[in-house]
Design a protein around this ligand. Sequence first.
Ligand code: SF4
Length: 318
Amino acid sequence: MKKNIRNIEERNSEIKRLEFYISSSCRNNCIFCGEKDLLEDFKGQFVAKAEVEREIKKRAKAGFNFLVLTGGEPTLHPDIVEIAKLAKRLRYQVFVNSDGGRFSEENFCRKIMPHIDYLSFSIYGHIDRLHNLHTRNGKSFSILKKSLENVEKIPAETKISARILITKHNFSKLTRIIDFISRYKRVKKILFSGLAPEGRALENYRNLVVPLGEIRKKIPLLARLVAKKSRKIKFFGLPVCVLGELKDRSSDTKWHFQITLKKIRRDKRTVLAETEGFKPLKGVMKPDKCLRCSKKDFCPGIFEKYYQEFGDGELIVQ
Ligand code: SF4
């Protein structure tokens, strides 16, 4: 085991990732929210600026060089511009996950974008009704569209991507969502994400998850359309036998050493808990069938919850 970890460290020694949940505030109330506990336990709260600064300075000294600012909606953190600026001074690459958030304010975009290397927008539909059905916020699609329009205007070098979570509600509209995203020239990468069974996604799993066999059938069509739009396609949370020829486009096969910092309650106190890991996916497993597969060391496997609900019938040994 130790040898395995050392090899992974050697392979990915260039990236040490710090994932920081700086915000427990969010204007949405997504039907699949994986951070339901964080948002309920610390409703509307943020990790204090001084604490964020102390942690990112400490980790920079320890060699961390890639900072993911997330939450909740991280742009609602009142000090996010200052945090991003400091992170750049500490030589981090800065990645922000957003539902649109304050990017809907042009002035905010001008202030923060020069200090962000990567920005990922979460998109669940191509029209108000479909996107907002997922977020349960009647204004969320307008905010997202305004944000996409704003970031087009800013002459920063930020690399912008879109993350589409695949659900039963949007599965038949994925090509329309690609069309919608492709209106925005700055969005160069489209990532399709399988449903991770955490928080509300775990509670509503059966109602939301699309069987892997159906996703497998649709992937070639999605890939053709994304290529036609001159965008790059990526995947998250899907096993190799679903991706087929596109297995190299999986984000789950790239392991980096990572520390996650997130507020939790422990002994009636609030602490910033630290979790270490190498694998991007949590709660995955490989059924016995996978032991015969030539891709078993490369493939992330499937979510345990998926296996409990659907078994391994849709996996194809490679
Ligand atoms: S059979 Fe198992 S190991 Fe092989 S690609 Fe599918 S999920 Fe991965």
